[in-house]
Design a protein around this ligand. Structure first.
Ligand SMILES: Cc1ncc(COP(=O)(O)O)c(C=O)c1O
Length: 228
């Protein structure tokens, strides 16, 4: 395995003395009140006033038309990928995913939840190299991939560590090839690209509120799938 601490590109970076823990969920103040209220009013559910409020506030904050609360970012990405496949290739046959027989371009450095939905939908991921300036999908590599596989119609991109990828260039390439984009903004809530919120550039977009993310919530939580 590559020893990053010996890599000259990371010279001067040292290990932390102490382990840095993930943020642990806390329940007090308003969070406590809303949890109590949900239990007392019997709205521990996938619908209800609190879910509506999260969906509406997120859509307004991001500047997209709709936000739909799901169980987790992974579920959001699965639904996004399924819907993209359905839009491109029509409804799936019984026991088949919407991407059956199709290749999908995807970021090669990301959490596996960006990619797994391609397999859940019976597609085949073709990984696109990452560039060093954003640590996200390289537009040049994407362009080259379209030369090799001109029939591809779906791109799954992730913005890692709160840093947006080069959306304009990627969108231009996607449009030139009639391809849709699933934007995985799980890690970039609040990050903007040229003044516009990430999570609104794809044809289908997902964000996450798990404990490692910018806004955290309890695990098994409500996470928006966003349709710009
Ligand atoms: C880039 C990326 N995509 C998707 C996910 C999946 O989100 P969740 O854990 O809420 O399912 C994560 C993090 O967990 C992530 O970092």
């Amino acid at each position: 395995m590559h020893d990053f601490l010996k890599d000259p590109r990371f010279a001067g970076i040292e290990r932390f003395d102490k382990k840095v823990w993930l943020s642990s969920p806390t329940m007090h103040g308003d969070e406590q009140r809303w949890v109590d209220e949900a239990i007392q009013t019997n709205w521990v559910s996938t619908v209800g006033a609190n879910i509506d409020a999260v969906e509406n506030e997120m859509a307004e904050y991001l500047g997209c038309k709709y936000a739909v609360g799901l169980s987790c970012g992974t579920a959001s990405l699965h639904l996004a990928t399924k819907l993209a496949g359905e839009k491109l290739y029509g409804q799936a046959k019984p026991n088949q995913g919407t991407l059956a027989g199709h290749k999908v371009f995807a970021s090669d450095v990301t959490f596996d939840a960006s990619i797994n939905p391609i397999a859940y939908e019976d597609g085949e991921a073709v990984f696109i190299d990452t560039e060093t300036d954003t640590w996200n999908m390289s537009p040049e590599a994407l362009e080259k991939a379209f030369e090799l596989y001109p029939d591809v119609k779906l791109i799954v991109i992730a913005h890692l560590y709160g840093t947006p990828g080069k959306i304009d260039e990627i969108r231009k390439i996607a449009d030139a090839h009639g391809a849709l984009i699933v934007e995985d903004a799980a890690e970039s809530l609040g990050a903007t690209y040229k003044g516009v919120q990430t999570g609104t550039f794809g044809d289908f977009n997902a964000i996450s509120f798990i404990v490692t993310k910018i806004l955290t919530s309890k695990t098994d939580k409500t996470e928006p799938l966003l349709a710009a």
